[in-house]
Ligand binder design. Structure first.
Ligand SMILES: *Cc1c(COP(=O)(O)O)cnc(C)c1O
Length: 836
């Protein structure tokens, strides 16, 4: 038996134990049976992001497509037979939606809209537009664990406040008479999976007749029933997204309690279909002589502007039937996901490092065995054996390599993040001032996480999904023994080496141009000549494209011809190579327009000159299947304004880096790949080529990881020096084979086990060129002899870095020079190698 089957068998036993709590839970076998056929998109993938969207089944798509193929559906606003057919379907679907939630159509209506957010906005606009004769403005109370889309309502309220559960309880339970307001909360938090009492709505109505409740049910309904059978205690408005229940169609709804609906009439705007009378007059109407009269029937009649998304509504009808055929009812789904969720929760909690330390902080006040207070969604951060945090971004990268799909970051829940990460308003603002933005890669700042990892289960999740996830946690995050590839294992045998390869990447993220052996190449403070001077930009977003998103870029091969001063670019798809002159002053550049692109390179905004000529953009667009063109970074002597701070070993330091990632030069030691490949070969993985590290200079160092101890490299021929700046942090871009553009998990997986320091994965060294002459340039060539000048370990300048904790090895982590990553800077209090 493999390790995995042992793990899965153990989890299966635990699951059976848990399922005793839930008599309807055990449909695992059923899902396993139909999953391959119904969800072929899941083949080989562990999908744990159902809280973002669950998945549609094959049979749903087949049913919708055959219906659309055989039936003629006209626009519902006409009166032709095809139009009436559409209207009839919409009417029927409306009732079916209400039945899904036990909502009596006599007392409830559903308004179709884009998504939950659009439903929330409809309510907000109506409240904000309450006519003056009944008093203007409204008070707003929102639960602290709310989605950003609920938080946004406060911009329209006269007075608003975020409440904890305790405060919300107190508010709904105390009497109040003369106010008018809206209270909103999630039925289930999109971040923590915590569930909040549906009874708040009824209690509020009883105690404060001037108040309304807006329930955000988007998180809950993914896996749970919502019961609106008691009209007197039901929320006034319920917002939800249908794609979160069925995976498809992309459609939302607002369920309105009809008795509370008149406030929605205050909405100012009217669109086609929502008025029963309208004139084209623009002076001020009076009450006696109106210019337009809103429809007065059910809320959907006066709230659905223009043509409803009728094909989607027809698809929704199929989605409801299909879902019930596959899963029975919501109660079953709820118990099934809850049992699996409990297993995730218990397994994470039970895991311990070799020293007994716990591996996880799960952010919830509740236990998943209480269905009413916790759903099958969990937010957490992982910890190492020394108690330090693992950045959620690194978890995301490794999970992606294992094809495990989860969500990380602030999760669109600012209150949840502030509460659980223990971030004060001041700390949030400080992070923002330091550059933190929603959705970026900064996971740890000033010693605290900026968000979390979230896993969430859905109707089609199985025990296997849970087992794959736990096995991933065991493989990478449970420390079992102390080990670290450290340099003292390999005492240096010599202090000289040779340059074995020189590469530049004229177009950022595209293939390397290897400098021919006989050719000396110019080197300057900003790096090697023509390295990353060009880039590709997406014509839609203006953003600089990278290989992570577009792996095929590896197949675009640039060639620099210094004789003819041209950059020629070839790729398999194009029959002819594209030629671009290197001399920027040539008149041929009449087609070069300056386009200010707020493109981002490692968080910096850059301005590039885009080539707008159609011939050029079409060449690249065809090659990649993406609308894009090439752009040039002005090769100004100052490197065009992007700098890296060099506090490390040079007092005066800003180094120009143009479009280069983080430093002017990247240098790797070919020998360091050997121990990595040795481990890979024992696991049967794909051996890696040194080209995946996309370095500029490859040397054959005396020993593996000798470069961790290098201070400077002196080139004998040109009498010039390269200064080392610190290790290079790696991401899963190194999994892209540079010859084929195919991805594999290696060498990232093995590297993460052997070369993780401070939670970051390192290989290679950043470097900069220092010229001993006044010209500020030099040249290097393959075969050049290199003298290694080592860091003086005895008098090691402690403020320049930290050492690997397992002994006095010299894996030096630069804790100050890494401008692109404050996380490295902040998290350096303790440096340790990962224990595996
Ligand atoms: C997903 C979600 C939303 C947002 O839904 P959209 O479809 O993006 O509008 C809001 N609240 C919760 C609780 C959610 O889970």
């Amino acid at each position: 038996m493999t390790e995995y089957t042992v793990l899965k068998a153990g989890l299966k036993k635990q699951l059976e134990e848990i399922e005793r709590l839930y008599p309807d839970a055990s449909y695992n076998a059923q899902v396993e049976e139909f999953r391959e056929q119904e969800y072929p998109q899941l083949n080989g993938i562990t999908y744990l992001d159902h809280a973002a969207t669950t998945l549609y089944s094959s049979s749903l798509i087949d049913a919708v497509s055959s219906d659309l193929k055989k039936t003629l559906f006209g626009n519902p606003h006409s009166l032709s037979p095809s139009s009436l057919e559409t209207t009839r379907r919409i009417q029927d679907t409306r009732v079916r939606v209400l039945q899904l939630f036990n909502a009596d159509p006599e007392h409830f209506d559903v308004v179709f809209c884009g998504n939950t957010t659009a439903a929330i906005k409809l309510v907000a606009h109506a409240f904000a537009a309450r006519p003056n004769n009944v008093g203007s403005g409204f008070q707003y109370k929102v639960h602290e664990d709310s989605h950003t889309s609920l938080v946004g309502i406060r911009q329209m309220a006269t007075d608003s406040q975020a409440l904890s559960s305790y405060q919300m309880d107190a508010f709904v339970s105390s009497k109040g008479t003369d106010e008018f307001g809206l209270m909103a909360y999630p039925a289930q938090s999109n971040m923590t999976g915590q569930r909040y009492p549906l009874s708040w709505a009824g209690t509020l109505r009883q105690n404060r007749p001037g108040w309304y409740t807006l329930l955000d049910a988007a998180g809950l309904v993914t896996t749970s029933p919502l019961d609106l059978s008691n009209v007197s205690t039901a929320p006034d408005f319920v917002a939800l997204s249908f794609y979160k229940i069925f995976g498809y169609p992309d459609l939302g709804g607002l369920i309105v309690r009809k008795a509370s609906s008149s406030i929605l009439q205050s909405r100012k705007y009217f669109g086609g279909g929502t008025v029963s009378f309208v004139m084209n007059l623009f002076d001020h109407p009076s009450n006696d002589l109106p210019h337009a009269v809103r429809k007065s029937g059910d809320p959907h009649e006066y709230l659905e502007d223009g043509t409803v998304p009728f094909h989607s509504i027809i698809a929704l009808d199929h989605a409801i039937s299909n879902h019930s055929r596959l899963y029975g009812n919501f109660k079953k789904i709820s118990q099934h996901t809850q049992a699996l969720g409990t297993l995730v929760f218990k397994s994470l909690k039970a895991r311990k490092h070799v020293n007994g330390a716990s591996i996880v902080d799960i952010y919830t006040d509740n236990h998943p065995s209480h269905l009413t207070s916790q759903g099958a969604t969990f937010a957490f951060n992982l910890r190492k054996s020394d108690g330090s945090l693992v950045g959620f971004n690194d978890v995301l990268k490794l999970a992606s390599v294992r094809d495990i799909h989860l969500r990380t970051g602030g999760l669109c829940n600012p209150g949840g993040v502030m509460k659980w990460m223990d971030l004060s308003a001041q700390e949030m603002r400080k992070n923002f001032a330091e550059g933190k933005r929603c959705g970026d890669e900064w996971d740890l700042m000033n010693g605290k996480p900026t968000g979390a990892v979230r896993v969430s289960l859905g109707a089609m999740s199985t025990l296997d999904d849970v087992a794959r996830f736990i096995s991933f946690i065991d493989e990478f995050y449970v420390e079992k023994t102390v080990s670290c590839i450290a340099t003292e294992l390999f005492p240096p045998s010599s202090n000289t080496t040779k340059i074995s390869k020189i590469s530049i990447y004229p177009i950022k993220s595209c293939a390397a141009f290897d400098i021919p052996p006989s050719k000396p190449w110019k080197i300057m403070t900003q790096g090697l000549e023509y390295d990353r001077e060009f880039c590709l930009i997406h014509q839609g977003t203006g953003k600089v494209m990278d290989m992570k998103m577009y792996p095929k870029m590896a197949l675009i091969r640039p060639f620099i011809d210094l004789k003819t001063q041209t950059l020629s670019i070839s790729c398999k798809q194009a029959s002819t190579a594209l030629r671009i002159p290197l001399d920027e002053s040539l008149p041929t550049h009449s087609y070069l327009i300056t386009k200010k692109c707020n493109s981002k390179v490692c968080g910096d905004t850059v301005v590039v000159q885009a080539y707008s000529e159609k011939r050029i953009s079409e060449w690249f667009s065809d090659a990649l299947g993406v609308p894009c063109t090439i752009a040039r970074y002005p090769s100004a002597p100052d490197g065009g304004g992007r700098y890296m701070k060099n506090h490390l070993r040079q007092a005066n330091g800003e180094i120009p880096i143009a479009l280069r990632n983080e430093s002017p030069i990247l240098i790797v030691n070919r020998k360091s790949l050997d121990p990595i490949n040795e481990v890979i070969s024992t696991t049967g993985g794909k051996l890696s080529d040194i080209s995946v590290f996309r370095s500029n200079i490859i040397v054959d160092g005396p020993q593996p990881f000798d470069e961790d101890k290098w201070l400077e490299l002196g080139f004998r021929n040109s009498n010039s020096t390269i200064q080392l700046l610190g290790p290079c942090r790696r991401c899963h871009m190194i999994c892209i084979d540079q010859a084929t553009s195919e991805r594999s998990p290696e060498p990232f997986v093995t590297l993460s086990k052997l070369r993780t320091i401070n939670g970051k994965i390192y290989f290679g060294q950043h470097a900069t060129f220092i010229c001993d002459s006044d010209e500020q340039t030099g040249s290097i060539q393959i075969g050049d002899e290199v003298d290694i000048n080592y860091i003086d370990l005895d008098t090691s300048d402690t403020d320049s870095g930290e050492s690997c904790s397992s002994g006095n090895t010299a894996i030096t982590v630069d804790t100050t020079a890494d401008t692109a990553e404050p996380a490295v800077k902040q998290e350096a209090a303790r440096t340790s190698c990962i224990l595996q």
